[in-house]
Design a protein around this ligand. Sequence first.
Ligand code: NDP
Length: 246
Amino acid sequence: AVPLADRRALVTGGSRGIGRAVVRRLAGDGAAVAFTYSASAAAAEKLVAEVAETGGTAIALQADSGDPEQVTRSIDETVTQLGGLDILVNNAGILPAGPIESLTMDQFDRLVAINIRGVFAAIQAALPHLGTTGRIINIGSINADRVPLAGMSIYAMSKAAVAGLTRALARELGPRGITVNNLQVGPTATDMTPEDSEIAGTLRELMALGRFGQPQEIASAVSYLAGPEAAFITGANWNVDGGFTV
Ligand code: NDP
């Protein structure tokens, strides 16, 4: 089965980590996939080549999610190169952590620009193209609901914003046939949250499964939400967290 044949997807922040796994998975499902990156050009090129080797289609677009003009340009470029856009995966995100006294206003503004405004900008620019069966999938965080360790104030704030945006837009876009969902991801082995960090052991103890997720395990949930079987799911803030919240 080729569940996403003839579908066109854009994944923000696809060069590394979860985004990279999502690009590979959606391309493997038969979608033509564009993805953005900001700094990791070599990793982006490598991913394009890897997907091509498996017979899939992926294109890389440099676009800083913190700049709405670049985000809009990446959407327009996707539509031009892939012939349309059906699935938007808002994955790009940053994690500035630390005690509240140590966080600067510049860090705050950059976080809001990427984790919140970038999501809004991408959705706004994508909407005219999403038709009556479009899918918007946000990559949020379980920290929107549960924050067992200190130092996560503005990151948790940003992911709670994504959860609220998801609910409200599901309501607003439902009549158009467009679904909007948010995967609240738990600790997953990427550069952002390495499995061998100082706090990794503590995180594992908090999870029912006692292990980190792998990026492909997040990508499989994205694949499901992007596919035809998930047509009745919208407005969900769905925990994919290895039991971090139980
Ligand atoms: P990584 O740091 O491993 O990868 C981040 C990706 O986003 C990279 O491809 C990076 O590309 C891209 N990116 C970062 N900033 C920008 C930007 N300004 N514009 C465009 N692309 C950008 O993170 P993860 O894969 O771990 O995280 C992906 C998403 O999952 C994030 O939204 C994160 O908050 C969320 N998440 C992750 C969890 C985890 O445990 N890993 C847990 C919960 C949520 P480049 O290098 O080119 O900048």
